[in-house]
Design a protein around this ligand. Structure first.
Ligand SMILES: Nc1ncnc2c1ncn2[C@@H]1O[C@H](COP(=O)(O)OP(=O)(O)OP(=O)(O)O)[C@@H](O)[C@H]1O
Ligand SMILES: [Mg+2]
Length: 352
């Protein structure tokens, strides 16, 4: 009767900040039962940050789900002849060469058929093919991550991709059901863009009825904003970082300094969203921003203006229960927008 539910820690090994969130299943309900956030000091290493996170987080679980991102990973959306999932896994090895810029012998492949077929204007739908998402990751990046996790006496349960973790967080929050419901009867396919602005990069995932139809990584993030502040105000990066976060007192200066970065990022986003709409025949109705970089003053407004789409900050804790006796709720709430990837990783507890 008092059997403890399954617990998993989503461990987001960001380039600047390690975030760890534990989710425990209480019956069918996911509950946040642990949380830690540790900044990696300049020149510091991730393993030490993970060790520190475990000291602070009071986690029950030793099973962790981590993720990869950046240049070690490619994600491609392609059409394959209709076949079963096991046949697809065989066939994709032969196809992958055309889509993957790495030596296949040195990378790990994964793929999944998608349910939704793009409806492009003027194009007949081809019934004999099916859309597939293909992910390839350099083996070395995976080995390094497994070594890091095992080096801390933790057990790697799965390794995900940042851009898909964001989509899993969205599903965890129960929002995809709502989105799917909204779709019904609307005649037009409505999509939503999840955008996580990290320190070194920004992840985009566009969902239709809860399923991905496009993802991309943009090499712009909070670190570029910090550098812009450092240059404009003549500061070292470290001082520019705290200046940037201090908000009010220097807001006008900061806003001016980071404006070009916000514009570059918003323009890239805008291009991506236009591309999805043209290629997938959907309408991207809303942009949801997360990640530490999204805390920069003016970003939400800038993205809304540049993309012409309703844009808002996303708090992924809405609708999730938190075990207040185990977690510093105020700290958790403060950093909520930065925890989307970690939450999406921990969401795998349901399959554990
Ligand atoms: N209050 C704030 N205002 C502006 N920027 C902030 C604020 N707080 C944190 N940041 C920025 O957020 C970034 C860190 O965010 P996050 O934890 O999402 O990155 P990360 O996951 O380590 O990076 P990446 O995903 O690129 O590997 C840093 O660039 C930091 O300067
Ligand atoms: Mg990140």
């Amino acid at each position: 009767m008092f059997r403890r539910g399954k617990s998993v820690v989503g461990l987001d090994l960001g380039s600047q900040v390690v975030k760890a969130v534990e989710i425990t299943l209480e019956g069918p309900e996911p509950v946040i039962t642990g949380f830690a956030r540790v900044e990696i000091p300049p020149g510091g290493d991730k393993a030490a940050a993970v060790a520190e996170a475990w000291k602070r987080g009071k986690f029950r679980a030793r099973s962790v789900v981590t993720s990869v991102a950046g240049q070690s990973v490619v994600v491609r959306y392609l059409q394959m002849p209709k076949m079963s999932e096991s046949e697809l896994r065989q066939a994709i090895r032969l196809e992958a060469d055309r889509y993957v810029p790495f030596e296949l012998a040195e990378c790990v492949l994964d793929c999944q058929p998608l349910a939704r077929r793009a409806v492009r204007a003027g194009e007949a739908t081809k019934d004999e093919t099916m859309p597939v998402v293909l992910v390839a990751c350099r083996q070395q990046a995976i080995d390094e991550q497994v070594a890091l996790v095992q080096g801390q006496n933790l057990q790697p349960l799965a390794i995900d991709v940042d851009s898909f973790a964001i989509a899993n967080a969205w599903e965890l929050c129960g929002l995809s059901d709502e989105a799917a419901a909204a779709l019904e009867g609307s005649g037009e396919e409505r999509a939503i863009a999840l955008v996580d602005v990290g320190a070194s990069r920004t992840q985009i995932n566009v969902l239709v009825g809860g399923e991905t139809c496009f993802s991309r990584e943009i090499a712009i993030g909070g670190a570029d904003m910090t550098q812009a502040v450092a240059r404009r105000l003549g500061l070292e990066n470290f001082d520019a970082e705290s200046h940037k976060r201090a908000g009010e007192e220097a807001e006008a200066d900061i806003a001016r300094a980071i404006q070009p970065v916000l514009e570059d990022l918003s323009n890239e986003l805008s291009l991506s969203l236009d591309y999805v709409e043209n290629h997938e025949g959907v309408r991207v109705e809303e942009v949801l921003l997360s990640g530490g970089g999204s805390l920069a003053p003016g970003l939400v407004a800038q993205v809304e203006q540049a993309t012409g789409r309703t844009t808002r900050a996303w708090n992924p804790l809405e609708g999730l229960r938190v075990a207040a006796e185990r977690v510093d709720v105020e700290e958790l709430e403060n950093w909520a927008p930065t925890l989307v990837v970690a939450l999406g990783l921990a969401a795998r507890v349901r399959a554990a």
